[in-house]
Design a protein around this ligand. Sequence first.
Ligand SMILES: Nc1nc2c(c(=O)[nH]1)N[C@H]1C(S)=C(S)[C@@H](COP(=O)(O)O)O[C@H]1N2
Ligand SMILES: [Mo]
Length: 248
Amino acid sequence: MALDRRALLAGLGALPLIGCSETEPPSYGDILRMGDAFTYSALRALTPRLGLAREYGHKDITPIAAIGTVNPGNPAEPGYQPDQGQLYDRLRTQGFAGWRLEVTGRVARPRSFSLQELMALPRRTQITRHACEEGWSAIAQWSGVPLKAVLQASGVLPSARYVTFECYDALADGVDMVDALHPQTILAYGMNGQALPLQHGAPIRLRVETQLGYKSLKYIRRIVVTDRFNDTGQLGPIQTGWAWWAGI
Ligand SMILES: Nc1nc2c(c(=O)[nH]1)N[C@H]1C(S)=C(S)[C@@H](COP(=O)(O)O)O[C@H]1N2
Ligand SMILES: [Mo]
């Protein structure tokens, strides 16, 4: 019995060597990503594609803290990027008059939008709960243009599968087409009936109501449509151990 067990254990110990002696052992990141991929496919299969996040009434609105970057133009903040930060500071002090949102990649008409141009597109207002991965939540009203309308105005190509967002701070992240075209996924320029405040992402932030708080990027600068997955490297969530897909 004991011998059998020892033989079995020896056999198991040798298993990882079979057929892959030249490969590196899986890194921690690779294992996490395998889990992420499984969660993503399982939940994408289970959740109805156009399921809406719950919307609330005006009386449900709560105070909401500003988390992470609160001014990408401030060199003292951890996410400060000198080039983009200086540009942001200049644009902000000029009331974002010269600000443009660039849309590029797998679109028939790569272009940029001024704030006025975005405001001239269809508008959606929603009162939703922001759920931060750190355990707090808050309810606010957001107004903006559905991302779908911006993608359509740029002639998104049929092969497009992902949309990535670059920010004025050191952050970039993306969503798949299901979330990109979701009716509640908006580029918000208004919050609680006012222009989006500096600390909450002025002049434009993303609202992805189907995912955790960190996917709702503030200070959006550029949108890149791709047909291949891009984890946005050091600027993205995977490197710091967060899931790329954070569905709720
Ligand atoms: N550009 C940028 N977007 C960001 C962050 C950030 O630091 N920089 N923080 C994220 C996190 S973790 C959360 S919870 C929300 C916070 O949004 P709020 O500051 O409006 O509450 O923004 C998300 N978007
Ligand atoms: Mo967060």
